[in-house]
Design a protein around this ligand. Structure first.
Ligand SMILES: C[S@@+](CC[C@H](N)C(=O)[O-])C[C@H]1O[C@@H](n2cnc3c(N)ncnc32)[C@H](O)[C@@H]1O
Length: 134
C-alpha cells in the first residue's frame, strides 16, 4: 500500500483507529491487485474518518464525486442511518465494476446509488431530481 505519511505516523494512526471490516479489506486487496492507480484508494484511516464525520454531523444525504472502487462510499454508508443515502459519481466503468461488486455484497449497499458519467453532467442532471431535496 502506498503511504503519503511517514510509516511511524501511519502505523500509529492505524493502531488507534477502528479496524475496517473484511469486505473493505477484500476491496482494498482487489484494488491493489487489479487497478492501474491503486494509490487513489481512500484507505482505512480516511475511511474511518469519513464514517465518523457522517455520524457526528448526523448527515443523511451524501454526494461523492469520484467513486473509484467504492471504499469511501462503503465507509460512509456504514456511518449513515438506515434511511440515509449516498449518490456517488464516476465516469470510469472499470472502477465502477469493482465498486458495484462490493456494494452488492455489503449490508449497507442499499444506501448507495451510483451514477456513471462525467460528474459535472451528473450533478447538473441531479438538480431536477426530487429525492435530493429530501
Ligand atoms: C481519487 S479517486 C476517488 C477515490 C474514492 N473516493 C475512494 O473511495 O477510493 C478519483 C476518481 O474520480 C474519478 N473521476 C475523475 N474525473 C471525473 C469526472 N470528471 N467525473 C466523474 N468521475 C471522475 C476517477 O475515475 C476516479 O475513480
Amino acid at each position: 500500500m502506498l503511504t503519503l505519511m511517514t510509516p511511524g505516523i501511519e502505523d500509529y494512526a492505524l493502531s488507534k483507529s477502528e479496524k475496517h471490516n473484511n469486505l473493505l479489506d477484500q476491496l482494498m486487496k482487489e484494488t491493489y491487485d487489479t487497478m492501474d492507480f491503486p494509490q487513489m484508494l481512500t484507505g482505512p484511516i480516511e475511511g474511518q474518518f469519513l464514517k465518523m464525520m457522517i455520524r457526528v454531523t448526523g448527515a443523511k444525504r451524501v454526494v461523492e464525486v469520484g467513486t473509484f472502487t467504492g471504499y469511501a462510499s462503503l465507509s460512509m454508508a456504514e456511518g449513515l442511518p438506515a434511511d440515509g443515502k449516498i449518490t456517488t459519481l464516476d465516469l470510469n466503468p472499470r472502477c465502477l465494476a469493482v465498486a458495484r461488486k462490493y456494494i452488492e455484497k455489503s449490508e449497507h449497499g442499499k444506501k448507495i446509488e451510483i451514477i456513471e458519467g462525467p460528474a459535472l453532467e451528473s450533478i447538473a442532471a441531479m438538480d431536477d431530481r426530487t429525492e435530493l431535496t429530501d
